[in-house]
Ligand binder design. Structure first.
Ligand code: AMP
Length: 308
């Protein structure tokens, strides 16, 4: 089934204890759509870049079967730029620069050919732009998932709450869940956040896995413990891409299917962090992905036991 992805398509400059990159391809929509491309052959992007964005980067998305008709290249403008630095504990990062550039006054245009999208992933972006994408779709997709981050919680809280009220699933990380709810306990935070509208909430905990909440139900998927993590940038977005790609592939939306989707997301995130930027994510195949998902099932499977 078809997946529409909105989010930043960007330049990133990343520094980790293992190295440094200068302006490589990044952005939420980039990671999401690349990760999803291994599951659905019909994914489309709505976003904008400046004229500084190299055609080879757009080609990389196209090579993965991603429809870029909705990726506007704006003359005279510069692409979104983000720069971040990680310390040895890579669960924490410092944002060194966020230059909105082309997305600051961006009014998204959803092409007619995207109107039949059944799944909508609203990656990290201005909440007003996320809302505008939902409002442009004539019929509501079967599932709308929204991801956001502290930048938008701090800078545009009212629009963000409105956007959250319009979606089925919200994905955020643990510190953002605490910030948004004012609660330290994650189950309490989840209860509060679910009153904002979504039926499901996913809280990402970096190398400590991810939690799924809905009503009184809860599910946990670990992250795969890896010997080497080079660059966590895009892990959350690759997680979202795997999650959405899996659901779009099987076409079933409920708590049970979301458990598998979360494990798929965790698998895609584990590939992402093994190399810098999108380097690993662009070179996968179905067998490699399947084998990794099996590693997850080995990691967490145990037999039912009776304690007397
Ligand atoms: P993640 O590591 O999954 O949180 O995603 C990192 C990606 O998000 C990078 O490629 C950035 O270009 C992009 N990004 C960083 N800050 C923002 C922001 N405020 N809004 C939208 N995208 C962002």
């Amino acid at each position: 089934m078809s997946l529409l992805v909105a989010g930043t398509v960007a330049f990133d400059a990343i520094e980790t204890p293992f190295g440094k990159t200068d302006r490589i391809i990044g952005g939420a929509a980039t990671y999401i759509s690349l990760a999803a491309s291994y599951f659905t052959s019909s994914s489309r992007i709505v976003s904008a870049v400046g004229e500084d964005f190299p055609p080879e980067y757009v080609g990389l998305l196209k090579d993965h079967g991603i429809d870029t008709e909705g990726l506007e290249i704006k003359k005279g403008e510069k692409s979104f730029f983000w720069s971040g630095k990680y310390e040895v504990d890579m669960n924490y990062r410092e944002t060194l620069a966020t230059e909105l550039n082309v997305i600051e006054n961006y009014h998204p245009v959803v092409p007619d050919s995207y109107q039949d999208s059944e799944f909508l992933m609203l990656g990290n972006l201005l909440p007003d732009v996320q809302i505008a994408v939902i409002e442009q779709l004539v019929s509501r997709p079967r599932l709308i998932v929204l991801d956001t981050m502290n930048y938008w919680i701090e800078n545009t809280p009212a629009s963000l709450k409105k956007a959250i009220s319009m979606v089925d699933v919200l994905t955020i990380n643990d510190s953002e869940a605490r910030q948004l709810s004012g609660e330290y306990s994650l189950p309490r935070a989840a209860k509060k956040i679910l009153t904002l509208g979504p039926e499901y909430l996913i809280i990402k905990k970096g190398e400590n896995g991810a939690l799924l909440f809905s009503g009184n139900k809860m599910f946990f998927a670990p992250a795969l413990p890896l010997e080497d993590v080079f660059d966590p940038t895009g892990a959350g977005d690759s997680f979202a891409g795997g999650f959405m790609g899996y659901l779009a592939k099987i076409g079933e939306v409920n708590f049970e299917s979301m458990k598998n989707a979360i494990v798929t997301g965790a698998a895609m995130a584990s590939f992402c962090v093994e190399k810098f930027g999108t380097e690993n994510l662009v070179n996968l195949d179905k067998t490699i992905i399947y084998n990794r998902i099996r590693q997850f099932s080995e990691l967490i499977r145990f037999s039912d036991m009776e304690i007397k």
